[in-house]
Design a protein around this ligand. Structure first.
Ligand code: A3P
Length: 301
């Protein structure tokens, strides 16, 4: 994590989760935004027409600790903060933490923190939806993301990024440590463990599982509408889920590096992995075999 994570670590570790919170927990680039839009929509009684930014509706718990303090946050978030906290300075208090605190229940909270950095009692209180994605596509997706966001503004090519990734030096890693903690808890009654590739393969099947787990009691017809509303093309076309242009305008994203909602497929890694990179990746997976052997990732559809 960036060094200023230390300022917030205890706040996250002691965070007061509520019984009706649903926490979406992921390693970055594993389908967080997709899961957020699905679950928030289901829990909002199918509000398909909201224009509110997804991060306002479904707060990103620890983003203050990842933020580059020199960048301007999205205007919509600042306005929302000021409306909810008159007289307070968003940069002093922790803008994203305050948004999480003030989000009306039932909250659908996003976090990239693994179980070990959150309260040990989390599952006694709240439900967690853990979403995992095969590490090759995660690595490709993260590479593009880190080039896009000014927070990091990664300058290297994919081979260089993969080198950091497989040395476990990327922010919010190591990948296997994160996913291993989620996998270990997959049978807990308050955990639903989903794979991105399964959501791609059969969205309705995964929506039904979510409907049961979250307790939203939506009909088949409503679930079909949610699936349509959260399809890749639909989410790419809306600024509330794909705020690329707005983020470029406030200087948070770099122009010419593609979009936040990018390609949305399983198996894009074949376009990036040379035999040398494949070998390096294999060695990394082998080093983590105590975790990697257990998790049945799908690398293509
Ligand atoms: P790609 O970069 O491979 O396209 P996260 O939300 O955790 O950052 O994950 C981002 C990844 O999820 C990106 O993958 C993004 O395109 C993909 N994604 C976002 N919305 C999606 C959707 N509705 N269907 C499928 N993939 C989606």
């Amino acid at each position: 994590m960036p060094s200023h994570y230390a300022r917030y670590a205890h706040k996250y570790y002691n965070y007061k989760f509520l019984p009706d919170d649903v926490v979406i927990m992921t390693h970055p680039k594993c389908g967080t935004t997709w899961a957020q839009e699905i679950i928030w929509t289901m829990r909002s009684g199918c509000q398909f027409n909201t224009r509110l930014e997804l991060d306002v509706r479904s707060p990103f718990l620890e983003f203050d600790s990842l933020e580059n303090p020199n960048l301007k946050p999205l205007e919509g978030l600042v306005e929302e903060f000021k409306a909810r906290n008159p007289g307070k300075d968003p940069m002093e208090e922790g803008l994203y933490l305050e948004i999480a605190n003030n989000t009306p229940s039932p909250r659908t909270i996003k976090t990239h923190l693994p179980f070990s950095l959150l309260p040990p009692t989390l599952l006694d209180t709240s439900k967690v939806v853990y979403v995992a994605r095969n590490p090759k596509d995660t690595c490709v997706s993260y590479y593009h993301h880190q080039r896009l966001v000014k927070c990091t503004e990664f300058q290297g090519d994919f081979a260089e990024f993969l080198d950091y990734f497989t040395r476990d030096l990327i922010t919010q890693g190591p990948f296997w440590h994160h996913v291993g903690q989620g996998w270990e808890k997959r049978h807990h009654p308050n955990v639903l463990f989903l794979f991105y590739e399964d959501m791609k393969e059969d969205p309705m099947r995964e929506l039904r599982r979510l409907n049961d787990f979250v307790g939203t009691a939506l009909t088949e017809n409503q679930l079909r509408q949610v699936a349509e509303h959260t399809s890749f093309s639909s989410m790419k076309s809306k600024s509330s889920t794909n705020p690329t242009q707005a983020a470029i305008e406030v200087g948070r994203f770099k122009e010419g590096e593609g979009e936040f909602v990018r390609k949305g497929i399983a198996g894009d890694w074949v376009n990036y992995f040379t035999p040398t990179l494949e070998e390096k990746f294999k060695q990394w997976v082998a080093r983590w075999r105590h975790v990697s052997d257990q998790i049945p990732f799908k690398y293509s559809m």
